[in-house]
Design a protein around this ligand. Structure first.
Ligand SMILES: [Cu+2]
Length: 365
């Protein structure tokens, strides 16, 4: 069956117009959204766009990895705002990065891509809901068929991405295809409706969540109190180079509830972070509303020099509230939400217009 390019509802006139960067800026890379109705996939396609090689940093060593890169050193693409094309439960994602002819390129070009639901609230902070985040260490994720993240048709979504080219040569045309398989609205029995939660130690509204890494061993922590009872089904972590571990602890007893490890190369470079499935047996890990929980991350910077904004530490998980109605409502006037929206749009906004029906440009499957 042919892929169907979904007509995207144009956003109402009450939204602010796209504020693309300064006059001489090139037009933003093309972006398309469609539904593959045979496979039950929502497909987002970004590009092609040129990605010049990173400029060598003054005074930087030859082997400059992710940790040497403050989150502002990558090239940030604009935020694409679009309407979600189909109702269903998202059940994971996969990211493919290719050149214009479909040849695979390094996954490391993509520093991160985030998909946000702007119309509902995150649990830990009064900001929008980050539905999906992929980075250099996360190529994809697939949930079991019994669990999904609900996204309604027409949901106001924003996709942001940041890129970094350490290959030493300019790339003329980079394409990212982000595929989100979904479970149909009519599926019986219904999957368990989970919500993503992000517990970010460095969270600052509208700013990078990075923090400075001094030399040697350092511990970072942040306390979280939730407003909803529920259970955690799975937990993953995000760290940077030299990040050894990230844990969720009970804030009262100090008990370690979940411990994830950074997989590090001998030079301290981050290869990945372990994940934990908590609900393979039983109902998962219970979290109680009003109870303190603490996220603790340990770094050991062996580079011999402090690294400005070199650290990051966040847990990302799937959470099932006992009562969905208890979820804190979104307040678009909350200063945190407003700052976060400003942060999303630092490289400008692209309002994805109503698209013509047809097959996606240049995509063959
Ligand atoms: Cu990071």
């Amino acid at each position: 069956m042919r892929e169907l390019l979904i007509t995207l509802a144009a956003l109402g006139p009450s939204q602010e117009p796209p504020s693309l960067a300064t006059g001489a800026a090139p037009s933003p890379p093309p972006f398309a959204v469609w539904v593959d109705q045979r496979r039950h996939d929502v497909v987002l396609r970004l590009g092609p766009f040129p990605l010049p090689a990173n400029e060598p940093e003054a005074g930087a060593g030859e082997h400059e990895g992710h940790a040497g890169m403050d989150h502002s050193h990558g090239s940030r693409l604009p935020a694409y705002r679009f309407r979600w094309p189909v109702a269903g439960w998202g059940r994971g994602f996969r990211v493919e990065i290719t050149d214009e002819s479909g040849q695979p390129l390094s996954q490391r070009l993509l520093h991160h891509v985030n998909l946000n639901h702007l119309g509902r609230r995150a649990l830990a902070f009064p900001t929008f809901d980050r539905v999906m985040a992929a980075g250099q260490e996360t190529r994809g994720l697939r949930l079991p068929r019994t669990v999904g993240i609900w996204i309604e048709k027409g949901a106001e979504m924003a996709m942001t991405s940041m890129w970094t080219n350490e290959t030493g040569k300019d790339l003329p045309g980079v394409v990212m295809v982000l595929t989100i398989p979904y479970l149909r609205e009519t599926l019986v029995p219904r999957p368990v409706s989970a919500r993503p939660i992000v517990l970010d130690i460095g969270f600052r509204p509208g700013l990078t969540a990075g923090f400075d890494l001094d030399t040697g061993r350092k511990e970072f922590r942040r306390e979280f109190v939730f407003q909803v009872d529920g259970r955690l089904l799975a937990l993953g972590g995000h760290l940077h180079d030299y990040g050894h571990s990230i844990e969720l602890r009970d804030g009262e007893t100090g008990e370690v509830l979940v411990a994830l490890k950074g997989k590090l190369a001998p030079d301290g470079g981050l290869l990945g972070v372990t994940r934990k499935l908590l609900a393979t047996r039983g109902e998962g890990l219970r979290l109680r509303a009003g109870h303190p929980y603490v996220v603790v991350a340990r770094y050991h910077n062996i580079s011999g020099r402090p690294i400005s904004m070199g650290g990051m530490a966040a847990l990302g998980g799937l959470f099932v509230p006992d009562r969905a109605d208890d979820w804190p409502p979104l307040d678009r006037n909350d200063p945190v939400y407003r700052a976060e929206m400003e942060g999303l749009g630092v490289a400008g906004w692209v309002e994805v217009p109503e698209s013509a029906l047809g097959s996606a440009p240049g995509v063959k499957r």
